[in-house]
Design a binder for this molecule. Structure first.
Ligand SMILES: Nc1nc2c(ncn2[C@@H]2O[C@H](COP(=O)(O)OP(=O)(O)OP(=O)(O)O)[C@@H](O)[C@H]2O)c(=O)[nH]1
Ligand SMILES: [Zn+2]
Length: 202
């Protein structure tokens, strides 16, 4: 089995790093930056840094698909499109480990059961709190909803600003990136696709 074929959450488990090693690495990076990790203001910084990382990268310790397992069938026969617009997220690009910030619109066509709306946002959070590309984030959210809920259609549209393009490098502060994945009827049926984008723009 190649490392590529192992889910990224498990790859992290394959190379356990002790807390002491991680603290030492942060101190090394502070020295690399030109700082003195022994000065008073920085003494607790490695500890705080790891605490922040535990939060920012908590997605490696969760399986976002689990959020979708509880569903409801008693919805008075509702079988039309469900859209959750504007779930906000922070993630980090895997190239520079610099934040990207954006929103996700999710739509699906229920197949006899619906999921709690907050669970869609939880899926976004679970994948966002890992190192990402925007394309992979979009596809992973789509895969999870498609494979767990088995809906008749899924759409995921992500808009994000990448700080690695703004605060460094090409310094494009106003640029944002839009990615989407359309599955099932949203991909194969132009009527459903047109209805989706009409509602998203409403
Ligand atoms: N496709 C894609 N690219 C991304 C994403 N986040 C960051 N990048 C890009 O990843 C690329 C990495 O390019 P490299 O040439 O290896 O790195 P670099 O020298 O730091 O590139 P510059 O940012 O142009 O300075 C850059 O073009 C980034 O803009 C993302 O989510 N998706
Ligand atoms: Zn980047």
């Amino acid at each position: 089995m190649t490392l590529q074929s192992i889910p990224r959450s498990l790859q992290a488990e394959r190379a356990p790093v002790t807390r002491e090693e991680a603290l030492k690495s942060v101190r090394t990076l502070l020295r690399y930056m030109g700082e003195d990790p022994e000065r008073e203001g920085l003494l607790d910084t490695p500890k705080r840094f790891l605490k922040a990382w535990d939060d920012l990268f908590s997605g490696y310790r969760t399986d976002p698909r689990e959020a979708l397992e509880r569903t409801f069938e008693e919805v008075a026969g509702y079988d039309e499109i469900v859209i959750l617009r504007g779930t906000e997220f922070y993630s980090h690009c895997e190239h520079h480990v610099i934040p990207m910030k954006g929103t996700v619109d999710i739509a699906y066509l229920p197949n006899g059961r619906v999921v709690g709306l907050s669970k869609l946002s939880r899926v976004v959070e679970g994948y966002a709190k890992r190192l990402q590309t925007q394309e992979a984030l979009t596809a992973e959210i789509g895969d999870a909803i498609e494979e767990v809920l088995r809906p008749r259609g899924v759409a995921v549209i992500v808009r994000a600003q990448h700080q690695c393009m703004a605060m460094r490098g090409v310094r494009q502060c106003g640029a944002d990136t839009v990615t989407q994945t359309l599955r099932g009827a949203f991909r194969t049926d132009p009527v459903e696709e047109a209805r989706l984008f009409r509602l998203l723009d409403a």
